[in-house]
Design a protein around this ligand. Structure first.
Ligand code: NAP
Length: 757
């Protein structure tokens, strides 16, 4: 008889059904949070007991996903700390949210699986006692829903994993162990996105636009669309990915690098910038029509890049269609031109992983040979941290990656040559009748606890504000408003009605956009009321400073109009600016011790056409501006090294009367920017000592909104309005490093525009 061991070497399989007391596992511990090569270390630990509804699976191979790069880094959440606070004692995390393996032990209530079953595992976990789950509703909305191997412990990066029985699905026998471990997380996610939203569930002949067609999700989506008889159009960043996507079943591909309108929408008042964006979005839409050979727009847009692509996705989506999104890889601020959303009755639908039926739906496609796992590379057990390091450094190959865990070599486990057979594809996610409807409580949001105790702020606006406002009336001509702004060095002017109450506010941006593209004669007819924003962000003298700061950051502004509303109407009494708050912070030493019309064609029946002739700016009545940034900018930039203290940056701002400082690296190239808001937020809620310990590098924003001096001024204005900033860092590109040479501010632009009258 074989001698049973307490611990088996990796790659040596224990006798079927024998669960040794100990196992090898790759663990993250809080004391080594960081890059994957540091965070993930091999240790020997006790094997856990499965609960009554769980099974213990001997893992043959595991999949690699980005979530375990995050778990190792300990950001944006500390998964171990959260579980400890919820009562789980283990001070470690075993990641791994994809696996193939063999069932070794079953809990006493498990009737669906037995020892010896070969399975693949989906990563959706929920409590069977959750009232929402018991009510028969989609468990993906249940408050107990978690992603196994990320939000839960005992993932697949160990010899044994503990999972709920419903997570286990039959392993496709025509695939190797590592192929079996590569597809479920992305495949089931894509399946729910395409089939889970009843009104927009995939239909034969549907056109589906798929971002990142050669990526993990995209490669699965193309195959699902093909299997349903739809037309997948893949977007990629290189022509050499076309063939890969076409082989998976795409009907055509678009290289996104051929377009340059990506990013947040220009402000809708920025007619020049908006039209430029529109041109890009329309030509992208036309590329879709060119592939199809007919004027059809995608009924479904498969989204995950997020911030940079959402405006285009919503624009090109068909009337009554949907943009379904499961991630925001490029950023979370989605800007939407609501006119397209409501007039064309489109939907923006969030989606997250998948339930049992949807996971089964995708697995059935794989079992039938209709979807390939698209495994690009498999790694050995020892290479587990390295595989994640590649992903962390964005050097991983396209498609999906897997790691050998129990399987002793690559290429094992393929027991049949051909897929098992055909499959009936049925639409899942049709609305069900609800009986005894139970409304789930809100998902418990696991707070990311501040590392330092928050300090309560009891200061009031009246203690720091400036009394008196620079104002104009609704009928003041715009050029006079501009003169007043430059004369008083203010960034906004309060507009008052005939009785003196607050009616609106005109910002520097409003003035610049009113002038841009107009002749001086056109401008002469415009008054403050035509360009003002009637929504004025105000506070009262009794508002606390911390509430006032939040009001500013929520509205992306740097000053509030302080109003007295005792008469029932807002009487402007003063202004509170970020500068005032910083000045106060220094004094008490806490730190250191319009009438704009819709853009042409915006709502025309034919969105993309006529492409020719493209209306010129002159046709649109817009004057083209040949001024360059170099003609207007200020030479020289106030900079700070990363290691400087926040106090030093605050002093620089007050000394030079500026709103931001450019942060530079050792050789003087720009690495980020610290704004007044960053400084104020660094101080807020912290003690004097805590704030004093912070460096500029800790609080800076690493992305820099910059341009070169040879850019057109109108392009620079659009860059500012799209990024909601009032100044750009002017840079010189020296061998790929951006050296700051000057600043272009809205004030400079106003001086330029209005001095030419
Ligand atoms: P991936 O394999 O890295 O693929 C992502 C693709 O996005 C890349 O291939 C890239 O293709 C494309 N892309 C990158 N930057 C882009 C940009 N600026 N504009 C347009 N496309 C861009 O990743 P994945 O496995 O498909 O996952 C994608 C995202 O979904 C990740 O953030 C992941 O965490 C998330 N996700 C969420 C769920 C969920 O349940 N919520 C499940 C799975 C994945 P090109 O460069 O060729 O265009």
């Amino acid at each position: 008889m074989t001698e049973l061991k307490e611990l088996y070497p990796v790659g040596e399989q224990p006798p079927l059904g024998y669960v040794p007391p100990k196992m090898y596992a790759w663990l993250v511990r809080p004391e080594r949070f960081g890059e994957p090569m540091k965070a993930w270390q091999e240790e020997v630990i006790d094997i856990p007991e499965p609960a009554d509804d769980e099974v213990l699976v001997y893992v043959m191979a595991a999949g690699v996903n980005y979530n375990n790069v995050w778990a190792g880094l300990g950001i944006p959440i500390d998964v171990i700390g959260i579980r400890n606070r919820a009562g789980e004692p283990e001070r470690f995390h075993i990641g791994g949210s994809d696996a193939s393996g063999i069932v070794y032990k079953v809990g006493k209530d498990v009737t669906t699986h037995k020892v010896g079953d070969e399975v693949v595992i989906h990563c959706g976990i929920w409590s069977r006692d959750d009232p929402w789950v018991k009510s028969g509703e989609d468990p993906m909305y249940a408050p107990t829903f978690r992603i196994w191997g990320y939000e839960t412990n005992w993932g697949s990066f160990a010899q044994f994993t503990k999972v709920q029985a419903h997570q286990c699905l039959p392993r496709p026998q025509h695939l190797t162990w590592e192929q079996g471990a590569a597809y479920m997380l992305v495949g089931a996610t894509a399946y729910r996105m395409l089939y889970g939203w009843a009104e927009h569930a995939l239909r034969k002949d549907d056109v589906v636009l798929i971002w990142g067609g050669a990526g993990g999700l995209g490669s699965m989506a193309i195959q699902i669309v093909k299997a349903a008889g739809g037309k997948a159009i893949a977007v990629v960043s290189e022509d050499d990915k076309f063939e890969y996507c076409m082989n998976l079943g795409a009907v055509g591909c678009i290289n996104r690098k051929n377009f340059n309108h990506w990013g947040m929408l220009p402000h809708w008042k920025d007619t020049v910038g908006y039209n430029e964006w529109l041109k890009g979005a329309r030509s992208f839409g036309k590329a879709i029509w060119d592939i199809l050979g007919e004027r059809r727009s995608p009924r479904v847009v498969f989204e995950h890049p997020g911030e940079t692509t959402i405006p285009t996705s919503i624009f090109v989506c068909d009337t009554g269609g949907t943009v379904v999104i499961c991630a925001g890889t490029t950023g979370y601020n989605a800007t939407v031109d609501l006119r397209y959303l409501w007039m064309r009755q489109k939907r923006l639908q969030g989606s997250h992983f998948a339930n049992d039926e949807q996971s089964k739906g995708f697995n059935d496609l794989v079992l039938a040979g209709l979807a390939d796992p698209c495994m690009s590379r498999a790694f050995t057990w020892d290479e587990l941290p390295y595989s994640h390091q590649l992903m962390y450094e964005n050097k991983h190959p396209f498609g999906n990656m897997a790691i050998l865990i129990g399987a002793p070599d690559f290429g094992l486990g393929k027991n049949i040559a051909e897929p098992a057979g055909a499959v009936q594809i049925e639409v899942v996610g049709e609305p069900k009748e609800r009986e005894g409807f139970y409304r789930a409580p809100l998902h418990p949001v696991d707070e990311v606890k501040a590392k330092e105790p928050a300090v309560e702020d009891t200061r009031l606006v009246r203690e720091l504000m400036h009394y008196g406002v620079i104002s104009c009336s609704t009928t003041t001509p715009v050029d006079e408003v501009a003169q007043r702004m430059t004369e008083y060095h203010v960034h906004a002017i309060v507009v008052t009605d005939a009785a003196g109450y607050t009616a609106g506010v005109v910002s520097q941006t409003d003035v610049v956009l009113a002038r841009q593209g107009r002749t001086a004669d056109d401008l002469a007819t415009l008054m403050a009321a035509d360009i003002m924003s009637p929504h004025v962000v105000t506070c009262s003298p009794e508002t606390t400073i911390s509430e006032a700061i939040t009001l500013m950051t929520r509205n992306r502004i740097h000053r509030l109009v302080v109003v007295d509303t005792r008469s029932g109407k807002p009487w402007p009494v003063g202004v509170l600016s970020m500068t005032d708050i910083i000045t106060y912070g220094m004094r008490t030493a806490p730190l250191g011790a319009s009438s704009m019309s819709l853009p042409p064609s915006a709502l025309a029946t034919d969105i993309y056409e006529p492409m020719a002739p493209e209306p010129s700016l002159a046709d649109l009545g817009i004057i083209e501006d040949s001024t360059l940034v170099a003609d207007v900018m200020h030479q020289g930039v106030v900079t700070s090294p990363r290691s400087a203290s926040v106090l030093d940056a605050a002093k620089q701002m007050l000394e030079y009367g500026i709103h931001a400082v450019v942060v530079v690296g050792d050789d003087g190239h720009a690495v980020g920017v610290v704004s007044q808001t960053d400084v104020v937020l660094a101080r807020q809620g912290r003690t004097v000592e805590q704030a004093a310990a912070l460096s500029v590098g800790d609080i800076m924003t690493p992305s820099l909104v910059s341009c070169t001096a040879d850019r057109k001024l109108s392009e620079a204005i659009t860059l500012m309005t799209r990024n909601r900033v009032h100044r750009l860092v002017v840079v010189e590109d020296k061998a790929g490093k951006l050296m700051p040479v000057g600043i272009l501010s809205m004030t400079d632009v106003i001086r330029q525009f209005f001095s030419r009258n």
